[in-house]
Write a protein that binds this ligand. Structure first.
Ligand code: URA
Length: 239
């Protein structure tokens, strides 16, 4: 790989900025100062340093975000802030994208990666990767609702959802808090499922996607890299 590409992908600026950086003599490859942008490096074995700091090159990035409400699950948007805007420049440099979508007003677990194969596998309808949400709804969730969701609720556009597990966490004053696990990821699916039983979702948060659980220590808007163990179980779920 070209040295300027490796440095740009590692968050050291645009290709033009990286070329300037190289000209200053800040970059060493295996202890030799290199100023040439097109210098070829072996990213697996060569040691690249910028101002004495070793560059940890990894082609793929896997981030878990606690998505806040009010930002959109997209790479760019003309009006709204996106989840990618919340990333540090170094993370953005890897050109990651949200793996699946949460609505603008939905919070919680969002995987952000530049691994198209993993994304494809996790999102493929054939894989049935479970997603678990906590939802607050207007109305009291009944045993009938639980049974209908288990059977497969028919939502707008006449689509019958795959069986879903609905559990009531608490119900008071005509509202309910429930946990729901679905196998698909249709547009506004959870909201449309509750609408089908005459209930309005007023708050929605994703807790889990396949084996990946939202880290409870992440505040809204915060994110972190997946651990190696999380990544391995996620890869296995997408296989
Ligand atoms: N279902 C919804 O209705 N919205 C989401 O953001 C995710 C699932």
């Amino acid at each position: 790989m070209r040295l300027d590409k490796l440095l740009a992908n590692s968050g050291f600026g645009s290709r033009t900025e990286v070329k300037q950086l190289l000209k200053t003599g800040a970059v060493m490859v295996n202890d030799i100062r290199v100023k040439e942008a097109k210098y070829q490096v072996k990213e697996e074995s060569d040691r690249v340093e910028v101002n004495g700091e070793t560059v940890q090159y990894a082609e793929f990035t896997y981030l878990m975000m606690n998505k806040p409400p009010g930002v959109v699950s997209a790479t760019e948007d003309n009006w709204d802030e996106t989840v990618i805007d919340l990333l540090d420049a170094r993370d953005r440099a890897k050109k990651p994208f949200p793996v699946g979508r949460l609505d603008k007003d939905t919070e919680g677990l969002l995987l952000i990666s530049n691994d198209g194969v993993l994304a494809h596998n996790l999102l493929s309808p054939k894989k049935h990767v479970d997603k678990t949400y906590v939802a607050k709804v207007d109305g009291v969730v009944t045993e009938d609702d639980i049974a209908i969701f288990k059977e497969g609720v028919t939502i707008s556009d006449n689509y019958t959802c795959k069986p879903a597990v609905l559990e009531v966490i608490q119900a008071e004053d005509g509202t309910s808090e429930a946990q729901i696990t679905i196998q698909e990821g249709k547009f506004h699916q959870v909201k449309r499922m509750f609408e089908a039983v005459d209930k309005q979702v007023t708050y929605l948060k994703r807790l889990q996607m396949g084996p990946l659980k939202l880290d409870p220590t992440l505040a809204l808007g915060e994110y972190r890299m997946l651990t190696e163990a999380e990544l391995q179980t996620l890869m296995a779920a997408g296989k």
